[in-house]
Design a protein around this ligand. Structure first.
Ligand SMILES: NC(=O)c1ccc[n+]([C@@H]2O[C@H](COP(=O)([O-])OP(=O)(O)OC[C@H]3O[C@@H](n4cnc5c(N)ncnc54)[C@H](OP(=O)(O)O)[C@@H]3O)[C@@H](O)[C@H]2O)c1
Length: 282
């Protein structure tokens, strides 16, 4: 039995379906089993990572855990939750993030610092662990979907920022191998997509996928910042994103070959991700 956390989300949903395809028994952790849209054959168990005692029922009889810690809640009872998980499961595969280093310190509001803290907690338990450190998710570009659906134009800053975005399905594929096969204990997998595309090129690829032109219109960073905050993002996160995109204009993200090394097949191109998500942009 494998427990999948984040099972109703982008990566965890693929982990669930790929484990089912392999004939593995899957239990899904969710805060609301009644609302969780999960495939037949998956046992949904209520639990909240912020409330460690609530995890016991989900951990009963579990051999391995796919652990996804929703961004920025690592301060809530993380140590107690990790201890409980490691006390029951033999193996943990944790979704961290590219840019995390072993000695990175926690800092208020720092996503990378939060992942580094979780990694240290897991290492400290003695459980058999594998860390996935993916770069930016292709699914982040769904943020553009309302504009693309309404106008066919994405008005943002830093269209020349180069990103090696990864398909959420590829993160799941590596996670499932680490959960179900031996030989991944103690591995840290830095995962990216197979190529670097500018944001303007990503928008054009979405247009090709949906069969109508979509274009990038460059606006000022201040304008993008205002839009992100108006859309509900915290000022700190919006500033972080805009600054990171600014840096990626002069220093585009690099790709890693890790996915292909681990799986034996190339990582999924952004163009294919756009085809898979065409319905979200139409
Ligand atoms: N986006 C990126 O570019 C990027 C890059 C690198 C790393 N990451 C990391 O990837 C993770 C996000 O992955 P994702 O996009 O697959 O997630 P997601 O789609 O946002 O899904 C979040 C999942 O977490 C669950 N969840 C939320 N709060 C919970 C709680 N308190 N207790 C238990 N479960 C809870 C939700 O389940 P229920 O609602 O059913 O409870 C849902 O399944 C984050 O840790 C992020 O830092 C993201």
């Amino acid at each position: 039995m494998i427990l999948v956390t984040g099972a109703t989300g982008n990566v965890g949903g693929h982990v669930v379906s790929q484990l089912l395809d392999r004939g593995v028994a899957v239990r899904a952790l969710t805060r609301d089993p009644a609302a969780a849209a999960l495939p037949d054959g998956v046992e949904a168990v209520r639990g909240d990572l912020a409330d460690p005692a609530s995890l016991d029922a989900a951990l009963d009889g579990v051999e391995a855990v796919f652990l996804l810690w929703p961004t920025l809640v690592a301060d809530h009872a993380a140590a107690a939750a990790v201890e409980r998980i490691a006390g029951r499961a033999r193996r943990v595969v944790y979704v961290s993030a590219r840019g995390v280093s072993d000695d990175l310190e926690r800092a208020p509001g720092s996503i990378l610092g939060s992942h580094a803290y979780l990694e240290r907690l897991i290492r400290g338990t003695g459980v058999e662990w594998t860390f996935l450190r993916p770069g930016g998710f292709a699914v982040n570009t769904l943020l553009w979907a309302p504009e693309i659906r309404a106008t066919g134009v994405v008005r943002r800053s830093h269209g020349a920022a180069g990103r090696a975005l990864i398909h959420e399905q590829d993160i799941a594929t590596v996670g499932v191998l680490a959960l179900t096969e031996d030989g991944h204990a103690g591995a840290v997998y830095e995962l990216t997509g197979p190529e670097t595309l500018t944001q303007a090129e990503q928008v054009a690829a979405i247009g090709e996928a949906i069969g109508r032109p979509v274009r990038w219109e460059e606006v000022s960073p201040e304008n993008t910042l205002r839009e992100l905050v108006a859309g509900g993002m915290s000022a700190a996160m919006a500033e972080g994103i805009v600054a990171a995109h600014g840096a990626m204009v002069t220093s585009p993200e690099t790709t890693t070959a890790t996915f292909e090394k681990v799986t034996g097949v190339p990582a999924t191109p952004f163009r294919q991700w756009a085809v898979d998500h065409a319905g979200d942009f139409r």
